[in-house]
Design a protein around this ligand. Structure first.
Ligand SMILES: Nc1ncnc2c1ncn2[C@@H]1O[C@H](COP(=O)(O)OP(=O)(O)OP(=O)(O)O)[C@@H](O)[C@H]1O
Ligand SMILES: [Mg+2]
Length: 367
């Protein structure tokens, strides 16, 4: 039996755990053409959820067609237009038809050799003409005249870096007329995204309902993992499944990685878990070392402090002293910069986001 777990890229089908409430909510929004701002910290499962949603919508009657637009790495309006047309190419295979949609645009269709997905490159006949964006969005809207459409902009925060004057305003002015399209704006940089959607003087103010993606519940993980092992007639003890989820701090990517490794063992004793953890840590070691080298001394001290205290009482004088901080404000500055690099998160307490990085810091630097 093929290993059902997968820790690289998007997971769908059996490898996808639960998220039934989220799917229900997002299907409802899609069917009612309501826009959603979907956000979470990195690697918490946004893109996988979106793909699972698209599969489900495809099975609905009447069908809701989906267009997935990945804005990761896009630098300006030309990249944006290319990404939109690559998205349209997912539902329109006739390139000639696409070509007619915007005058003055030259399109060239390609198939990504890695993913097999269509991609489109665009040449703008008059690069300084400002209406390409409007026409592109109108072309997109044309596909929604006969049926409902879901359009996903993944990594939407990227548009924040475009230099094109008035990009957000122009985009908003088109989107707000698309009454048969539900948009999902998705991304991980919460502060940038919430500023875009929750600040009154920004173009996207109140353009979408906020939908923070929460972590998957312990019992859902356990039910899902044990059921998959059962299919192979292997008993994955509940206590082992719980141990895996807790060691991974509920991070779906690490949980997949753990289960992927565990699948290769027939004897699932608790000892196997520690060995697996060491294996996963060893694989990430280089990456962690590079990250560590890029940090200032105070940032390193702050990570060490968090790995040991778990974020409790960090400004306590004794703790500050123990970890070599002369004042709380120095620690605060270090933590703020770690948050902006998405290494540390703050809910009620400060927290090292990556569960394995936290372990690595703990293992290597506690003296
Ligand atoms: N519902 C799920 N069930 C099981 N595993 C999941 C689930 N969602 C995500 N994963 C695991 O987590 C990994 C990261 O998921 P995904 O790429 O969807 O997250 P993301 O939030 O889009 O990340 P990024 O912020 O980097 O774009 C996947 O490769 C997969 O291993
Ligand atoms: Mg993603």
């Amino acid at each position: 039996m093929k290993n059902p777990f997968s820790h690289s890229g998007v997971v769908t089908g059996e490898a996808f755990c639960n998220r039934s409430q989220e799917l229900k909510d997002l299907i409802y929004h899609a069917k009612n053409s309501q826009n959603v701002l979907l956000y979470s910290h990195r690697r918490m499962g946004k893109t996988s959820l979106i793909h699972q949603l698209m599969r489900k919508l495809d099975k609905q009657r009447p069908k809701v067609k989906s267009i997935y637009i990945d804005l990761y790495g896009s630098l300006d309006v030309k990249d944006f237009i290319e990404a939109v047309f690559s998205g349209i190419a997912q539902i329109e295979t006739k390139l000639e038809k696409l070509l007619k949609l915007v005058s003055g645009l030259r399109l060239q269709g390609n198939l990504d050799p890695m993913t097999g997905q269509p991609s489109v490159s665009v040449t703008l006949a008059q690069p300084d003409r400002s209406t390409y964006l409007n026409e592109t969005m109108k072309a997109l809207a044309r596909y929604s005249t006969k049926r409902k459409l879901l359009v996903v902009f993944d990594e939407f925060q990227e548009i924040n870096n475009y230099s094109f004057q008035g990009f957000e305003k122009r985009l908003r002015s088109e989107i707000q007329t698309h009454s048969n399209i539900a948009y999902i704006f998705s991304g991980s940089q919460k502060h940038i995204l919430t500023q875009m959607f929750n600040t009154a003087d920004r173009a996207f103010y109140q353009m979408a309902t906020s939908y923070p993606l929460k972590r998957i519940k312990l019992e859902d993980y356990v039910k899902w993992a044990t059921a998959i092992f059962k299919k192979r007639d292997t008993e994955l003890d509940e206590s082992i499944a719980i141990d895996v989820v807790e060691r991974c701090d509920y991070h779906p990517m690490y949980i997949q990685q753990f289960l992927f490794e565990l699948w290769q063992n027939t004897d699932l004793n608790p000892g196997v878990i520690s060995t697996t953890e060491m294996k996963i840590l060893a694989r990430r070691e280089n990456e962690f070392m590079i990250l560590w080298d890029s940090l200032t001394t105070n940032q390193r001290k702050a990570l060490r402090l968090l790995s040991i205290t778990g974020g409790q009482g960090v400004y306590n004088a004794e703790i500050l002293h123990k970890f070599g901080f002369n004042s709380g404000s120095i620690l605060k500055r270090a933590l703020t910069s770690l948050i902006s690099r998405e290494i540390v998160t703050k809910n009620k307490v400060y927290h090292i986001h990556d569960a394995m990085l936290k372990k690595w810091v703990l293992n290597n630097f506690y003296r």
